[in-house]
Design a protein around this ligand. Structure first.
Ligand code: ATP
Ligand code: MG
Length: 457
């Protein structure tokens, strides 16, 4: 069959399958078409009139890297097929050409391409998810951290992240990975505190078949999984003395053996560790190796507790409101100033995670409107906000001075009115806000001649 006949037969067959087909007479024309039309698959002979088929392959890759190439090779010419695959062909088909074979290969090529594109897209979304601006915070404390982190983002050094529970250590570790040159390689987390000591070693380094009872097969450890990428060792302060020695060796020599194995495995991983313990204290107490500490402490970053970054609280509340509104289909619009006052004064022992959980809870229970004081849990209401009126600001006395008793009385009335207003006139709730017994509040109201409902309006 002539070259043209084969071409026409393939064209007809592929059109019948629903593909859009463009026919060109030679390599030059193929490259010209690629320049201004998106093409998913190129099907080419290796023997061509002007440009050689291998050259076409190379040109396709420079002009349009996302295009897949399938080559047609002469019968029994394995070398040609091998050369073509080496030059970047995705597949080959040998003559005489069977239309059905070509159709299958084209479908396969398009599937592979689709997967590749999806994968690229996925990687991009993951990356966007971990851009630095997703670490919310404009407080001085946070800005300092972020500036430092951007400075060291390109470095491949070992990072130690310290900070209280819930301050965002893991989030930061992810940011560091997805902003490093290792971003397209795996980020492998290991929580050293959550895995029993006797299992942790084989979890980290893997084991050979028969290394211990239960080791039925060879197992790859997290170090091997992270090859080329980043290993995130969370709660590193929990490592046993024995594992501290092993980790130290990996850091010094960049190699290790699987449990029960003799073969030395080289590893190329960046190590990021985190702990909410005071690692230096552990060193002083003899619980953590000093030499390991120094190896881990190359770039130390301390995440500030939320109570030291009060100005970030409104931002974080809004951030989580947007997030949870979107994922739960609710419409909480914001936080009333009085409620925000409580959030600002609260100590947040669980830091950002605690705040995130609180916002999630309110969103689920309330669904729409504004967050008010009544939506806040007891422990936050007990955080005793200092009302603005008795702030530390200097008080200016007028010439006549102030009547202390009367001033206190007026101030008391104001607080009671405000509490009743926020409690919608419900005395038990208002009493809670004022940290009084309900009966005490009721008596006070009687003495002052105030009516709960009226005062609330
Ligand atoms: N600056 C921030 N901006 C937005 N979200 C944050 C920020 N910091 C932390 N978070 C969120 O708060 C939660 C807790 O953060 P993370 O798990 O990173 O804390 P952690 O320090 O590792 O806590 P733990 O010590 O308990 O393991 C996560 O859901 C995280 O996404
Ligand atoms: Mg964590």
């Amino acid at each position: 069959m002539s070259f043209e006949r084969i071409r026409d037969m393939i064209e007809e067959g592929l059109r019948d399958e629903g593909y859009e087909v463009t026919l060109v007479p030679d390599g030059e024309s193929a490259v010209a078409v690629l320049r201004d039309t998106p093409v998913q698959v190129v099907l080419t002979d290796l023997m061509l009139p002007s440009m050689d088929g291998l050259e076409v392959l190379r040109r396709v890759q420079t002009e349009s890297p996302e295009t897949a190439c399938i080559v047609m090779t002469g019968h029994g010419t394995v070398e040609q097929a091998v050369l073509a695959m080496k030059a970047g062909a995705m597949d080959f088909v040998t003559k005489p050409i069977q239309l059905s074979t070509v159709a299958v290969l084209i479908k396969k090529a398009m599937d592979v391409q689709r997967l590749r594109q999806e994968n690229l897209l996925l990687k991009k979304t993951v990356r966007d998810k971990y851009r630095f601006d997703n670490l919310i915070g404009t407080s001085d404390a946070m800005r300092e951290v972020l500036e430092f982190v951007e400075k060291v983002a390109d470095s491949d050094s070992t990072v130690l992240i310290q900070g209280e529970s819930g301050t965002g250590k893991e989030l930061l570790a992810r940011m560091l990975h997805f902003n490093s040159f290792r971003r397209d390689r795996p980020l492998v987390p290991v929580n050293c505190g959550a895995i029993p000591e006797n299992l942790l070693e084989s979890e980290l380094f893997g084991h050979e078949k028969g290394a211990f009872t239960g080791a039925i097969n060879v197992r790859i450890g997290r170090f091997e999984m992270a090859h080329g990428g980043t290993l995130f060792l969370d709660e590193v302060g929990e490592l046993s003395p024995q594992l501290q020695v092993k980790l130290l060796r990996v850091l010094q020599e960049r190699c290790f053996e699987r449990v029960g194995g003799t073969k030395t495995i080289r590893t190329d991983v960046r190590i990021i560790t985190a702990t909410n313990q005071d690692l230096e204290q552990l060193v002083d107490d003899g619980k953590f190796r000093k030499d390991l500490f120094y190896r881990l402490h190359v770039i130390p970053i301390t995440m500030p507790p939320l109570r030291d970054r009060e100005t970030d609280i409104p931002l974080l509340v809004d951030h989580f409101l947007t997030l949870f509104n979107a994922s739960k289909g609710t419409a909480i619009r914001g936080t009333e100033p009085a409620a925000m006052d409580y959030l600002l004064r609260y100590g947040w022992p669980g830091n950002i995670r605690e705040l995130q959980n609180l916002v999630e809870r309110v969103v689920i229970l309330k669904k729409s409107g504004m967050i008010t004081v009544a939506d806040l849990p007891e422990k936050i209401l007990q955080s005793r906000p200092v009302p603005a009126a008795v702030s530390d600001a200097a008080f200016e006395f007028t010439a006549g001075g102030v009547d202390l008793v009367e001033a206190i009385e007026r101030y008391e009335n104001r607080l009671i009115r405000e509490a009743l207003r926020q409690a919608n006139g419900v005395t038990s709730r208002a009493a809670q806000l004022l940290r009084l017994n309900r009966t005490t509040l009721v008596e006070k109201l009687k003495r002052k001649g105030l009516d709960a409902k009226q005062a609330a309006s």
